[in-house]
Design a protein around this ligand. Sequence first.
Ligand SMILES: Cc1cc2nc3c(=O)[nH]c(=O)nc-3n(C[C@H](O)[C@H](O)[C@H](O)COP(=O)(O)OP(=O)(O)OC[C@H]3O[C@@H](n4cnc5c(N)ncnc54)[C@H](O)[C@@H]3O)c2cc1C
Length: 462
Amino acid sequence: MEKQHSIAEALRTALGSDAVLSDPADRWTYGYDNSRAQAMPLAVALPSDTAGVRRVVQVCRRFRAPLTVRGRGTGTTGAAVPDEDGVVLSMERMAAVLSVDAANRVAVVQPGVTNGALQAAAGAAGFFWPPDPGSAEYCTVGGNLACNAAGPRALKYGTPRDNTLGIEAVTGEGRIIRAGCYTTKGVVGLDLTRLLIGSEGTLAVITEATLKLTPLPEAITTVRAAYTDMHTAAAAVSRIMSQPVVPRVLEFLDSAALALLRARDAGDLPAGAGALLMIEADGLAEQLPAAVNALQRAAAGDGLLEWRAAADPAEAASLWAARKALSPALRSLAPKKINEDVVVPVSRIPELTDGLATLAEKHCVRIVSFGHAGNGNLHVNVLGEEADLERMQACVDEVFRLVLALQGTLSGEHGIGRSKRAFVGLEIDAPTLALMWRLKDVFDPDGILNPGKALPDRPAGG
Ligand SMILES: Cc1cc2nc3c(=O)[nH]c(=O)nc-3n(C[C@H](O)[C@H](O)[C@H](O)COP(=O)(O)OP(=O)(O)OC[C@H]3O[C@@H](n4cnc5c(N)ncnc54)[C@H](O)[C@@H]3O)c2cc1C
């Protein structure tokens, strides 16, 4: 109680009393994320500029208080859930688009801006920022950078790591650093921009970002390709990815997902379909038909039941309806859901889906998979009742081992947070993890920035 009072007072001195929340009802609402974990922080700080962020870090350093940065708490891994004896630094008052520079294809933003607000500002100038998480209207660019969060368009346009030119940040020591540059080429110094992206608020607080914009495409064609089964759909994904036209989006739904949608009467699904691909191509209007033809030739083959290209935006929306109905349908299917976002090389998707079916049977759980097939990034949803949790966890453990055996990686875009820390050592070897811990110590010598997230426990003596 005393510590809580002293920290709140120190933060008020640093920021002003209207920028600190200490009432329990206020603090509670800053303590959760979409993992559904929740903890009560000691105080919530709402700085308005980089100097304010620095002062918050200095206060936390003085009190050795854990500091968790918060965008909008839409992350799925507990990465934004604070420590009970720590401070939440919310970015909500640093939410401006500072500039959109069409000639140089650059936007400069504060980290608390939502992805949707950035897209609106860039769109007005004829551009977009490629990362497009489903949560775009709510999540912040700072959160996107901290998790390297992406979405369907990453297939053609890349993730935040590919679309960020520079970052300003405050380290755990309270130093303001500027990494990267304003230009699309640059090789001066070490690449701290890419290091900070994906670091989940454990190395520094991002206070400004210089983002690479892409011109909006002139035209988009949406296609639904239905296949008899996962194997033939997965083979089509490999054929599509081994020819020159890169789709803007290449998403897939497995047979369990389709069964769920049929049971809910959602979307008009083709009879007999056991797997679905959603494909989009974009570009100049006059070149698009040739691109779509190339994709159709690659998609054709064993098991293709339907190739339906939308004639207009209304039909495109109706083709997407099934995919969009999936997440809400999943929520109503079982009270407990563990959602992983594993990645395997595209050619190994069939081995992954076969393996998932075997594991579902072995552990007596239900698995529904869908996701970004063009990147080999599958959202694997392990579903069950409260009483099944132990078996669900055992199943997830084996899913991770299977993914690594297939040359994959544990997370494509959701990150590690608290929920997957224990598995990181399966993927990253001990010397590499030890180096990561040394880097953490350089950025954050007192270990105040988001402790217990992203990295597994520090090795003994490390
Ligand atoms: C309905 C829904 C759909 C989603 N769809 C997708 C999807 O398609 N693709 C995808 O990748 N993710 C998706 N997500 C997950 C989530 O939206 C993303 O991870 C998003 O980037 C989190 O942003 P946020 O602002 O909510 O960050 P938070 O959840 O608040 O924080 C996430 C992490 O970022 C850190 N952080 C936030 N801001 C900063 C900063 N300025 N400096 C340093 N660290 C910071 C936090 O400390 C934490 O570690 C979805 C979530 C929901 C609820």
